[in-house]
Design a protein around this ligand. Structure first.
Ligand SMILES: C=CC1=C(C)c2cc3[nH]c(cc4nc(cc5[nH]c(cc1n2)c(C)c5CCC(=O)O)C(CCC(=O)O)=C4C)c(C)c3C=C
Ligand SMILES: [Fe+2]
Ligand SMILES: [Fe+2]
Length: 367
């Protein structure tokens, strides 16, 4: 008598194979299309994550399914439609490009490292990409979140998805996790280069606003390091740009729901700056490594409108790091530091491979 195994069957032909290393670049996720139906699927998965919304599950389930998923998909779909590209959602387009460039960057430096990207919500999922890496013979995986600042709502949720996959997997690859790189010199340098290049072409603003995605203020009280890490990124970036404290402002955007979130809020700050007579602001979003809905629509459309309506004269949005070479270099450095001790040269173990194949065949195992 045989029982169904709780672990998915997997090929035995990788037994004895030399270690092979991969980097999995993990980002948030995005809807499949800018339509209410696709938004409903995306938001249902995203907002059901207890890491993202910490309200007790039964109460939240009623609010989510009774109210939010009936109204928000249509509104959000219209916003996504305004930024959608022929190739798809900007977040996915940029993340995919970063993975390709990172693979090339590491390859040119003599490392045989596979690089793939995955999305925490939607496709390609973290589980499907880890399965694909295993099928390619990868035995060591570095999980690299696309978030420089650690937050329980984002970084930890990526890790949850990896652990959930591992719990269903028989042969788990060696895993390493990058928690954060909010103060990495390469990352700060890439941001500074981005901003300086903008100022070379367009002159300087009266005020530089550094806008980070917000989180509920309660997460800070409960010990989440996110607020501190955003502040540190902001301070290091200002130092790198030679800005005085009165030349920049750090704010938090994308508030969701009625609770207090980290302050100051981005849009009210921009309105207050305009009312106080600030003529030109430049807004940069250092916590977002790819342009997405929150930067292209919320900042470059909505916040721009609010600033100009309140009497501001000039609004510049400085794009995210996206495919900037200095940024890809910084990302590759972060990855390499975390792969220390992991050989990244492939040395095929031909005899070991033949032995394990023969042994598996003799037992009738899957090939
Ligand atoms: C409900 C609570 C939310 C928390 C907490 C939150 C934290 C958080 N989010 C990002 C990065 C991104 N968020 C994006 C979109 C987005 N975020 C929320 C809600 C929370 N985020 C929602 C509901 C949405 C979807 C859009 C909408 O309906 O408003 C995106 C953009 C995705 C895209 O497809 O372009 C990013 C990126 C961080 C970094 C963060 C905490 C630190
Ligand atoms: Fe968000
Ligand atoms: Fe702090």
């Amino acid at each position: 008598m045989t029982f169904a195994s709780p672990f998915a069957p997997e090929p035995a032909h990788t037994h004895g194979q030399a270690p092979r290393t991969a980097v999995l670049l993990c980002n948030l996720g995005t809807p499949e299309a800018p339509t209410p139906a696709a938004l409903r699927v995306y938001l249902a998965e995203f907002l059901s994550d207890h890491r993202v919304v910490e309200i007790p599950k039964p109460i939240w389930w009623l609010i989510l399914h009774g109210i939010i998923l009936r109204t928000r998909p249509k509104k959000s779909a219209a916003k996504y439609a305004s930024i959608w590209r022929t190739e798809g959602s900007p977040l996915k387009v940029w993340t995919a490009k970063q993975a390709t460039l990172l693979r090339g960057w590491l390859g040119e430096r003599g490392h045989h490292v596979t690089v793939r990207y995955a999305m925490r919500y939607g496709q390609p999922s973290i589980a499907s990409e880890l399965d694909a890496l295993k099928a390619e013979g990868v035995t060591r995986v570095l999980i690299l979140p696309a978030y420089p600042q650690y937050s329980g709502t984002t970084t930890a949720s990526v890790f949850d998805a990896v652990y959930a996959w591992a719990q269903k997997t028989r042969t788990i690859p060696e895993l390493r996790f990058v928690n954060h790189y909010h103060d990495d010199a390469g990352y700060i340098n890439a941001l500074a280069r981005r901003i300086k290049a903008h100022w070379q072409d367009h002159g300087r603003p009266d005020q530089l606003v550094m806008s980070f995605h917000g989180v509920p203020e309660r997460t800070l009280q409960l010990g989440d390091p996110y607020h501190c890490e955003c502040r540190k990124t902001g301070r290091l970036l200002a130092e790198r740009l030679g800005l005085r404290a009165d030349q920049y402002t750090l704010t938090f955007q994308s508030r969701f729901g009625k609770a207090k979130w980290l302050q100051p809020y981005t849009e009210p700050t921009l309105v207050a700056l305009a009312r106080a007579g600030t003529k030109r602001v430049d807004v940069v979003c250092p916590g977002f490594t790819s342009d997405c809905l929150e930067t292209l629509e919320e900042i470059n459309q909505e916040a721009r409108k609010a600033f100009l309506l309140a009497g501001g004269q000039t609004f510049h949005y400085i794009p995210c790091l996206n495919d900037q070479p200095e940024w890809i270099g910084a990302l590759s450095n972060v990855a390499q530091q975390h792969m220390a001790g992991w050989p990244t040269e492939i040395v095929p173990d031909v005899q070991g491979l033949a032995d394990s194949r023969a042994a598996a065949q003799a037992l009738g195992a899957r090939q």
